[in-house]
Design a protein around this ligand. Structure first.
Ligand code: DHB
Length: 468
């Protein structure tokens, strides 16, 4: 089947949603396949929602039908395929992000994308990298191609995502119109339009995957007890349930941790990054240095903000507070407090068992390695992903690249209790963007784990500020 990429403004339903005492009437344009030749049309589609008030001549806040920013939320988690969602309640029964975005006056778009593990009719894997980013770019092209037919300002597309979705939001923001993705967009039949966006909101981005292992060990080396939730099938009911998994790293894993940790300084130093004051961000061989101080300073900012908002830090002997100011934090004890979640290597697993191994598969191979280190240590006889496939998934490779149109605004949030990836990952992303003159609002909210969309009023006021 061939899909028409011309948006029909008359094909909508007026719907009403009510949650937590709030009522919303909106136009729903659903199941819009955004490429001409989808390999997985149930994922390569999006839903667009517009507040009905805009047709009654009303404005919401500062916005009207033409000026409303377009809030583009991806539904990717775990690098798995994601389907577009609807405004309503989330799994906790609370008003979801789409509903809140509509209520705030944005045109709310929920976009699906292919992801790891997805198979085509012939059984081949069709959701490996870079399928997910190609799909998000194709969705942006669809919106821009139809800019005169869809409500909202296509000059103000703000993407949003969490975790793998946060990584994709960052990648989408950085790589606008980059030729690296062109042949994939062409193959899928993306609309003839641009794919750069105005801003990217990224919660706990699981990004920079090929350096994630060394960054993780830079933080967690020496902390060998791990704990995480683990999905299993209940033997009696057959249902999937989450159970805690705890353990201690083996001697072999500890050795790999030592080896990976010492690779990180050379990577950081090779980026030649500077902080806002122009100081070089570097690491010594032992992992200490100005970059570590930079991350520590972000943690102190986090503590300071939480303290001003009423958090009591008296039970934290490793945080020094003087006259209401956080003046020091023992970084090692802070890492011990966060605890290790993943065993070594955290992302490119030597037994090829992680989501990322599967992300870097290809049509015929379910999972592959994407670092030389894990290829050399492979216990699964793994093969290596192509250099281009790995490159296209990492925004760090495109920051400052003049052949792309990078969004001028980024908002990065990484919970100060997150252990899914190292804080260094988001810190490097923020620093690299800032150095290119991009406005980056970066913060590590205290007490928050690996999560997203927890501060929508602040996110929306940031969006309103940059769209003014
Ligand atoms: C996600 C979490 C991870 O720890 C990871 O390695 C990849 C993706 C996620 O929640 O999307």
């Amino acid at each position: 089947m061939k899909y028409d990429l011309e948006f029909n403004p008359d094909r909508y339903r007026v719907e009403t949603a009510e949650t937590e005492g709030k009522r919303l009437v909106y136009r729903a344009y659903e199941d819009l396949v955004y490429v001409k030749r989808p390999s997985a049309p149930e994922y390569q589609k999006m839903n667009i929602y517009v507040p009905e008030a805009y047709w009654e001549g009303d404005s919401i806040g500062a916005y009207d039908r033409n000026t409303a920013p377009v809030f583009l939320a991806n539904t990717v988690g775990g690098y798995m395929p994601g389907k577009p969602e609807k405004p309503g309640n989330n799994h906790l029964g609370r008003t979801n992000t789409l509903f809140q975005a509509l209520l705030h006056g944005y045109v709310a778009v929920s976009v699906g994308a292919r992801g790891r593990g997805l198979t085509g009719e012939d059984g081949s894997f069709i959701g490996c990298a870079p399928a997910c980013i190609v799909d998000l770019k194709a969705a942006v092209r669809y919106l821009k191609y139809n800019r005169d037919r869809i409500c909202g300002s296509m000059s103000h597309i703000i993407s949003n995502g969490t975790s793998a979705g946060g990584a994709l939001s960052a990648l989408l923001g950085v790589t606008g119109n980059h030729p690296d993705y062109e042949s994939f967009l062409e193959e899928a039949g993306a609309a003839c339009a641009e794919d750069d966006i105005f801003a990217a909101s990224c919660y706990c981005p699981i990004t920079n995957l090929e350096h994630g292992d060394m960054a993780y060990e830079w933080e967690f080396n020496g902390y060998d007890n791990y704990q995480r939730m683990h999905g299993i099938r209940d033997e009696k009911t057959g249902e999937r349930k989450m159970v805690p998994l705890t353990g201690i790293q083996s001697a072999e894993q500890r050795k790999m941790s030592d080896e990976l940790k010492i690779l990180f300084p050379a990577y950081v130093n090779g980026l030649h990054l500077k902080d806002e004051k122009g100081n070089c961000l570097k690491l010594e061989e032992d992992g200490n240095g100005s970059f570590k101080e930079y991350v520590k300073a972000r943690v102190m900012e986090s503590i300071q903000k939480a303290m001003e908002e009423g958090t009591d830090f008296s039970g934290f002997p490793w945080i020094t507070v003087r006259k209401g100011k956080a003046v020091d934090v023992d970084f090692e004890q802070y890492v011990a407090y966060r605890t290790r979640m993943k065993t070594t290597p955290a992302f490119d697993e030597v037994a090829l068992t992680t989501p990322e191994n599967e992300l870097f598969g290809n049509k015929t191979t379910a999972s592959r390695h994407f670092t030389r280190f894990s290829l050399e240590h492979s216990k699964a006889g793994g093969t290596m992903a192509e250099e281009g496939q790995i490159r296209r998934m990492n925004p760090m490779n495109y920051i400052g690249d003049k052949t792309c149109d990078t969004a001028p605004y980024f908002r990065i949030r990484h919970g100060a209790s997150d252990r899914d990836t190292s804080l260094a990952v988001s810190a490097l992303l923020a620093a690299a963007l800032r150095e290119q003159g991009i406005q980056v609002d970066y913060h590590l909210p205290w007490g928050l784990p690996h999560a997203g969309d927890y501060d929508l009023p602040e996110l929306f006021s940031w969006i309103d500020g940059i769209c003014r």
